[in-house]
Design a protein around this ligand. Structure first.
Ligand SMILES: Cc1ncc(COP(=O)(O)O)c(C=O)c1O
Length: 462
């Protein structure tokens, strides 16, 4: 039967042709405009669908992948999906080797394609026999008729972007942009697109976005390897320099951190409706940093690599975000701002250490307060008198009105500086009665648990 009009032969043929859209809310405070290429609209959910298909087509052409063969790759998941999709359409088996920091969605997704998945520890050097680079290599040496794709050093990776992704963007925009930016991992995207755009557009700038903990940007700028440390962003950064890097076509770098990237990823969805992965947030953070330094406004084009689907249990999960310290809590605020927002007068009501218990009770009654700090001539705190702890001894006749106030002191308070964060005193407030707030050592105010409750109810839904 003749093929239905308008249909594609198979899902691999549906890769590419992803849209470029303008950001309308994020970046309102910069004069440059940001446009994003939504590579998550590829059928497998990422730009890696392209390299998966291209690298395997080339392997078949070159005879390195033979009929009935097994495709082996060390992949953070996206490339795995691209390869698995191609393998399903063309009838090949796959084994994927992943680092254990990868999200569960990515691992489950690859298994659902029928692939075998081997999970390796994240925090080992690439040359360590347990690393996912070493394990992939070893598997490809022992499994007969296997093909180790190696997206890091297989130069068809960057050729994919040189021959396909970049020409597509150039055609879509007619080259109407000043700067192209992308996060870097294997280096394929930035290097392939960078080379193509540089050949086509005399003045275009190519900016790589790396993450804190990776060595790539540091190496590009200094020629030194530097030291890698662990980070949580997936797909971005490396602890070695893959062959796909072509530093000659990358003009400059921005480096971003996990937290800002994750928060930006969530903003992309909330403010722009763009459901992308963490490296998209990283890319936008990098673009904003870059744009803020510009003298003249630019049109900035950014490739966003993958879909938010794979991060539902991480970046888009409030519990995961706050457990890992990525969500700013309402307790990350300075105490002086809490007091200001509650309109708490700066005139501290206190009593001297010469006063009597009767005077303290009269003062607390007159001012309608339940805690009264006692301060000596030099301004230092001697103790705290509180309504609650006064009641019983007064009722029992243990104290008389004329007794010195020091008899009624309790030490149930914590002294904090007005610049301290509320989060630092929250625990103390649970155990002690009040926090006495100081400015350069002098007591200026009192913060009670009721104040904190009022502050929370004023500033957030709970
Ligand atoms: C989510 C994500 N973002 C960014 C990148 C970086 O792209 P490239 O490897 O082409 O440098 C990758 C690559 O693994 C990725 O999976």
């Amino acid at each position: 039967m003749e093929k239905m009009k308008g249909s594609r032969d198979n899902v691999v043929d549906a890769i590419g042709g992803t849209p470029i859209v303008k950001l309308n809310f994020i970046g309102k405070d910069i004069s440059s405009d940001i446009y994003v290429k939504l590579e998550y609209m590829n059928p497998g959910g990422s730009t890696k669908d392209r390299i998966g298909a291209y690298m395997l087509d080339q392997a078949v052409k070159e005879g390195t992948l033979k009929p009935g063969g097994t495709i082996i790759e060390g992949t953070s998941g996206n490339t795995g999906v691209g390869l698995a999709m191609w393998a399903a359409v063309h009838g090949y088996k796959c084994i994927f080797v992943l680092a254990d920091k990868q999200s569960k969605e990515k691992i489950d997704n690859l298994r659902a394609f029928g692939a075998k998945v081997v999970v390796c520890p994240t925090n080992v050097a690439p040359e360590d026999p347990r690393s996912y680079y070493s394990v992939s290599k070893r598997l490809s040496e022992t499994i007969p008729n296997s093909f180790y794709v190696n997206q890091y050093d297989n130069l068809h990776n960057r050729m994919t972007h040189y021959t396909w992704t970049a020409p597509e963007m150039y055609e879509q925009t007619s080259g109407d942009f000043d700067t192209f930016m992308a996060t870097v991992g294997t280096g394929g995207t930035i290097s392939g697109c960078g080379r193509y755009f540089k050949e086509k557009m005399k003045d275009v700038k190519i900016i790589g976005i790396d993450c804190e903990g990776s060595i790539v940007a540091h190496f590009a700028k200094t020629g030194e390897m530097g030291e890698a440390y662990s980070y949580v962003l997936e797909g971005v950064g490396e602890d070695f320099i893959p062959e796909n890097y072509d530093f000659d076509n990358i003009d400059d770098w921005e480096v971003v951190g996990d937290k800002e990237s994750f928060l930006m990823t969530r903003r992309l969805l909330k403010e722009e409706g763009i459901y992308a992965g963490g490296s998209a947030g990283a890319a936008i953070c990098g673009a904003l940093k870059y744009a803020k330094k510009l003298e003249k406004p630019e049109k900035i084009l950014i490739l966003l690599h993958d879909s938010g689907n794979r991060y539902a249990s991480k970046i888009y999960n409030d519990d995961w975000m706050s457990d890992n310290g990525y969500l700013d809590s309402s307790f990350d605020v300075q105490i002086k701002d809490v007091l200001a927002s509650l309109n708490k007068s700066k005139d501290l009501i206190s009593i001297t250490d010469q006063a009597t218990i009767g005077e303290a009770i009269t003062l607390m009654d007159k001012k309608g307060i339940s805690q009264l700090p006692c301060i000596d001539k030099s301004g230092s705190i001697k103790g705290l008198v509180s309504e609650k702890l006064l009641l019983k001894p007064v009722m029992m006749g243990e104290f008389s009105k004329e007794d010195n106030i020091s008899l009624a002191f309790n030490m149930n308070y914590k002294v904090v500086d007005q610049n301290d964060l509320l989060s630092n005193v929250a625990d103390a407030l649970l155990q002690k009665e009040v926090a006495l707030v100081t400015d350069k050592g002098a007591i200026i105010n009192i913060l009670t648990d009721i104040d904190v409750l009022q502050y929370i109810s004023k500033t957030r839904a709970y």
